[in-house]
Design a protein around this ligand. Structure first.
Ligand code: HEM
Length: 493
């Protein structure tokens, strides 16, 4: 496309608006996270609205109704949920038990909490729960991503995608991460807002590992388009007003589609070791392959699925390392023992203390705090009647604090995952940051390797500190984000 003075001026304006809104976003907490006196918070959290039945169970079914409440008029419980996150979930678990409903986003949402209720929905034995719940929130921007597909079609796509996540393929991805991570981390200032620094770094790594490219002007623009899609998913105004998130997301999605479509023929023809290439060539033993449109849809979704989750995991783990210097020393000693080479998968597997810390960080701050489903027929969970059409939310973040599965759940205690204790084995769905059942995260090894490689590089480069009395606060508007971006001090080792 020819660059005229008008398009150049428009580009400069967009870039300036982008910079301002990014700075504002990075510096200002959302309204739901603004500090309030403790007594007000206490009242908000504990306020009780009248309990009602979701629906009357069929006569003679022997089932109990689902009880819950709609919360305050108009907004429902959405704002309280966004302000208090897990604490809100724990309160409701205590009041209503494992199956309840809550009013939010103008909907009644059935909430399944605790390992048994979770198991019923995720094992999904009678195919009562579909991914429609996710489509309700994010289909516009992540249309036909793997997580949004259902049943037989999902199984077929997952079989093909699995070919892009074999151990051989993972080895290639890990090899291309190392240099990008080292280069990025070494260039950080001494007092970054860690969450934002990590977010940029994981985007740069994705550019290489997912698309086999170095960061340049075009990939920067692609990254912006992608961030616009992610942010649009949580927009409160869900139609395309000029300057709004929704519209930016729609434009972002179109830009990504154009980009992947333009690069697809070269990827089909070549044999790169990036994820884009792997999807183009993935073939099952029965000869099933992705169409061009499938590859584009999956690439857009995969970038989203990989990006925020890994950033949050690394942020939370780094925070706990800063708060627990004895663990930081232990983790650093193992990393330094590996020497200067970029670690391969075997080397990363040997970082056992780091693995314990990451697992505990994933427990304390589940990057995907709830999973959405829709009941496609009348069904029951733990003797409660759930009518067809109900939007359903499964809550890994709350399960991770269930005292039935964890000792002293609010304490940072990585040893709970050590062989002698294995509290995560107390129930198949006690520890479930990667979900479970047919839709369990396909990138879990990828995500663990990337988080490990990143933190390995971080601790061998710097000592991470926060002031002694600093406690991070998480914003729960969508996925958890530190309200202040998590300012840390990095002292070269
Ligand atoms: C620490 C990092 C990660 C966490 C905590 C995480 C978490 C999750 C969770 C909870 C689900 C299940 C959603 C559901 O059941 O509704 C999921 C699904 C998925 N994740 Fe991840 N994820 C991570 C990293 C990644 C990475 C790195 C990739 C790709 C490279 C990825 C790709 C996917 C895909 C494609 C699905 C959909 C699977 C399906 O529906 O069959 N994730 N992830």
């Amino acid at each position: 496309m020819a660059v005229t003075p008008v398009t150049a001026a428009r580009g400069a304006t967009t870039a300036a608006i982008d910079r301002i809104s990014t700075t504002l976003r990075e510096r200002m907490p959302p309204l739901t996270a603004w500090p309030l006196p403790g007594a007000v918070d206490e009242r908000l959290l504990k306020q009780r609205w009248p309990a009602r039945e979701l629906a009357t169970p069929p006569a003679d079914s022997g089932l109990a109704p689902v009880l819950g409440d709609a919360g305050p008029p108009l907004v429902g419980n959405a704002l309280t949920q966004m302000r208090f996150g897990v604490e809100f979930g724990l309160h409701r678990f205590e009041r209503y038990g494992p199956v309840s409903w809550t009013g939010a986003f103008g909907q009644r949402i059935v909430t399944l909490t605790g390992a048994d209720a979770t198991q019923a929905a995720l094992v999904n034995r009678d195919k009562a729960f579909s991914q429609e719940g996710w489509r309700f929130f994010i289909d516009r921007f992540f249309h036909r991503g793997l997580m949004l597909l259902d049943f037989d079609e999902h199984r077929m796509h997952r079989r093909i995608m699995q070919e892009a996540f074999t151990r051989d393929r993972l080895g290639g991805y890990v090899a291309s991460m190392g240099p990008a991570l080292r280069e990025g981390i070494r260039a950080w200032p001494s007092s970054p807002r860690l969450y934002w620094a990590l977010k940029q770094l994981t985007l740069d790594v994705a550019t290489r590992v997912f698309m086999g490219m170095r960061t340049d002007d075009e990939t920067r623009e692609i990254n912006r388009a992608f961030v616009a899609c992610v942010r649009a998913g949580t927009a409160l105004v869900r139609f395309p007003v000029p300057g709004g998130r929704w519209r930016a997301g729609l434009e972002g999605r179109k830009r990504l589609e154009r980009y992947f479509a333009a690069n697809l023929p070269a990827q089909r023809a070549g044999d790169g070791d990036d994820l884009f290439s792997a999807l183009c060539h993935a073939t099952t033993p029965d000869g099933e392959r992705f169409s061009d449109t499938d590859v584009i849809n999956h690439m857009v979704f995969l970038m989203m699925a990989a990006h925020d989750t890994t950033t949050i995991t690394a942020t939370a783990a780094a925070y706990y390392l800063a708060k627990n210097p004895e663990w930081q020393d232990r983790v650093r000693a193992e990393s330094l023992a590996l020497g200067d080479d970029h670690p391969d998968m075997a080397a990363l597997d040997s970082l056992t203390s780091l693995e314990l810390v990451i697992k505990e960080a994933l427990r304390l701050v589940a990057p995907v705090p709830s999973l959405s489903r829709t009941a496609v027929k009348d069904t029951e969970v733990l003797g409660h009647h759930i009518p067809a059409g109900s939007l359903v939310s499964v809550t890994p973040a709350v399960n991770h604090f269930d005292p039935a599965c964890w000792t002293d759940p609010h304490r940072f205690d990585p040893e709970r995952f050590a062989e002698e204790r294995r509290e995560d084995k107390s129930h198949r769905f006690a520890w479930m940051p990667f979900g479970g059942g047919a839709h369990k995260c396909i990138g879990l090894h990828f995500g663990m390797f990337e988080t490990k490689a990143l933190l390995h590089e971080l601790v061998r480069s710097y000592r991470i500190t926060v002031p002694r009395d600093y406690e991070v606060r998480w914003d729960h508007v969508s996925l958890p984000v530190p309200v202040d971006g998590l300012p840390v001090h990095l002292q070269p080792v």
